[in-house]
Design a binder for this molecule. Structure first.
Ligand SMILES: [Zn+2]
Length: 667
């Protein structure tokens, strides 16, 4: 091995080890910053030395491959579903059946049943070669590129693993990550996802693996299949899988009788509410693999395993009232206020009713006795009404027609579930919410100013939009509640410092609907300054990578408002960054100015995203489809036949990865 190869190997090993301790063992050994530095160093080295490309390098975790159609793969070993049981008697009946077929003492492994998307991973020579969804049990979809981005899935194993085997498990979305994703969605005016399980399985089928990489998915494994594995029991297989680098939940336990199984069940029926993931039961398996073989399978399920389902926690309580909340974007959310009731270890007082359709569908009325369940959803949901207890004089709920905060008549756009208050500049929760978003950590990150202070400032009439912040004086804020000399100083200073926040974050801070962090970055990079964005037509906006018509319309609408333009001009006059700085523009050239480039196929030395970034940094435009306007196509390997045909028909030039990089002056 020469020194470069050695260096590459060292960096990869080091990063793999950090990934392993962080994502599998939950131990943090290095700061995010230092990790990013090392990753960047590796990326640069790989870019310079394409001859040492490794598809399982930690740099490949960021994704970039786009799958339009997922290939169907037949499972080498069928992925069975399990028989369900709901009571002690069910389990005892099962034990009786098992004991008829197997001699000797029987031990059981008890494992938690995680609620996610089932997956089968294939490893050959310790390298992940395939990841396939469960599908119908016989065949599933090839989602390898997406699964590779999940950090707890080892791309390369350690220890004495068998040469070839499959390992099955569940891809889950931890509550924390789910809540965070939803906060971000709500922040840009998108509807929140309903539950972690559907979001996890939906994530596996996203076309852009870079999007999957951003989602905090985890992969928990529980079952090894294959031949000549030299494993004698289920509990041993879990230990082995763990030693090869897989994330195997440590709740698994050996039980000597069904009574001990029930102890495990009862323990976790309570404790599961403290787990970071959704669980819906316990999987009980005959531990001895020899016994498992003797028991075999029915047409549908293994005879040696049984799922015990926790009872969904459900209670009934009285609906006292329905109130309506107004969000930052003006979206109205109906909330059910309930007679407080104990459910899954917490006191529930409120439940979300989502929207007008939901209320109508359930025909839910004030005074009703309603069924509340805490299932996968974080916020308890109302399942239905106990009609036998409906008061005689009850009347159907009527959805509000006017904003509860400002009385403005609500609107509901066609195709949207939510009602909105259109009083953009005069509706207090919208005004306050927008400024709170503006100062938030990912936006202008204004130290010394919190959400409550913003509400105070608005209510005192000191500010009515975020540009007013820059005219606040210390003398104005000192009289406010809980404000002292020092905190007033900090506040004014924090606002002053926010003038250094880069353009892309300012753009995000403006709070344009559907313009989240990523979209703001794309727009900033493409247009370089606010005026160019203001001038851009919708037709022009949609040519920017990943900007669809919904976003384009929203951006146009925002800048069509005179009040907004006025606010922007004020921000500008105060010195807020409304264009890319010199430093940001550095490393960018005009080499590809006017070029409209399509990127397709799989690349060897750079990821697809890096390629797109290179095109944009050098003044070109990335387009997702081939048309007569396409200047040329950067074609990697495995270019689809339909794209090839189209390129030929329109006589669009194909450029190889190498030729393209040479164009930009790389080796
Ligand atoms: Zn309003």
């Amino acid at each position: 091995m020469n020194t470069v190869e050695q260096e590459l190997q060292n960096l990869r090993d080091e990063l793999n080890a950090f990934n392993y301790s962080y994502y599998v063992l939950d131990q943090k050994e290095i700061s995010d910053y230092d990790f990013d530095l090392k990753l960047k160093a590796l990326q640069e080295l790989e870019l310079k030395h394409p001859e040492f490309f490794d598809p399982n390098s930690p740099t490949q975790r960021v994704g970039g491959a786009v799958t339009k159609n997922f290939d169907t793969i037949v499972h080498e070993h069928r992925m069975y579903s399990l028989d369900n049981s709901y009571s002690k008697e069910d389990l005892q009946d099962w034990e009786t059946r098992v004991k008829k077929m197997v001699d000797g003492d029987i031990q059981y492994t008890c494992e938690l049943k995680y609620d996610g998307a089932s997956i089968s991973l294939t490893y050959e020579g310790g390298i992940l070669v395939k990841a396939v969804t469960r599908g119908d049990g016989f065949q599933g979809d090839d989602v390898t590129e997406n699964v590779k981005t999940i950090k707890s899935v080892p791309l390369k194993l350690k220890g004495d693993f068998p040469p070839k085997f499959d390992i099955r498990g569940e891809i889950v979305l931890p509550f924390e990550g789910f809540i965070k994703m939803n906060e971000e969605r709500v922040e840009i005016g998108e509807e929140p996802y309903r539950n972690p399980r559907n979001t996890a399985s939906g994530s596996l089928k996203l076309q852009d693996s870079a999007e999957v990489a951003k989602r905090p998915l985890e992969c928990l494994l529980y079952n090894i299949t294959g031949s000549k594995l030299n494993i004698k029991s289920q509990i041993e297989s879990l230990e082995k899988a763990r030693s090869w680098g897989f994330k195997v939940p440590d709740a698994a336990k050996l039980a000597n009788s069904i009574d001990e199984v029930l102890e495990f069940v009862n323990y976790w029926d309570v404790k599961r509410h403290n787990l970071p993931y959704e669980t819906d039961g316990v999987v009980v398996k005959v531990n001895n693999l020899q016994h498992q073989e003797e028991l075999g399978y029915t047409a549908k399920a293994p005879r040696w395993a049984m799922a015990y389902k926790f009872k969904a926690e459900q209670v009934s309580t009285k609906l006292n009232s329905i109130t309506y909340q107004v969000g930052r974007t003006g979206a109205i959310t109906p909330v059910a206020n309930l007679e407080p009731v104990e459910l899954a270890g917490t006191t529930v007082k409120r439940a979300s009713l989502h929207n007008a359709d939901q209320i109508e569908k359930l025909d839910i009325r004030v005074g009703d006795e309603v069924y509340v369940e805490k299932g996968g959803e974080i916020i308890p949901k109302i399942l239905g009404v106990d009609l036998t207890k409906r008061p005689i004089n009850s009347e159907p709920s009527r959805y509000i027609t006017n904003c509860p905060e400002c009385e403005t008549e609500l609107v509901r756009q066609e195709g949207e579930a939510q009602h909105y208050c259109p009083n953009y500049n005069g509706c207090k929760p919208q005004v306050i919410g927008r400024i709170q978003h503006f100062i938030s950590r990912k936006a202008m990150d204004i130290d010394g100013l919190g959400g409550e202070t913003v509400a105070l400032l608005v209510n005192e009439g000191l500010i009515s939009n975020y540009s007013d912040l820059y005219e606040l004086t210390k003398a104005q804020v000192i009289p406010l509640e809980r404000m002292a000399e020092k905190s007033a100083d900090n506040l004014v200073q924090g606002i002053e410092q926010s003038k250094n926040i880069p353009f892309e974050r300012v753009l995000f801070a403006l709070g344009i609907r559907f313009v989240g962090e990523t979209v703001a970055k794309k727009l900033a990079k493409h247009y370089k300054n606010i005026d160019a964005i203001i001038e851009a037509s919708q037709e022009d906006l949609v040519t920017v990578d990943e900007i669809g018509i919904k976003i384009a319309e929203s951006v146009s609408l925002f800048f069509a408002s005179e009040a907004n333009i006025d606010t922007i001009n004020r921000l500008k006059s105060f010195g807020v960054q409304l264009q890319m700085s010199e430093a940001q523009l550095e490393g960018q050239t005009e080499l590809l100015k006017g070029d409209i480039v399509v990127v397709t196929g799989v690349f060897e030395t750079v990821s697809r995203n890096e390629l797109k970034k290179l095109i944009e940094d050098n003044g070109g435009k990335v387009s997702s489809s081939i048309s007569s306007k396409t200047s040329y196509i950067v074609a990697g390997s495995n270019m689809g036949p339909s794209k090839k045909d189209k390129a030929e028909k329109l006589s669009v030039l194909l450029v190889s990865e190498r030729e393209f990089l040479q164009k930009l002056g790389f080796n």
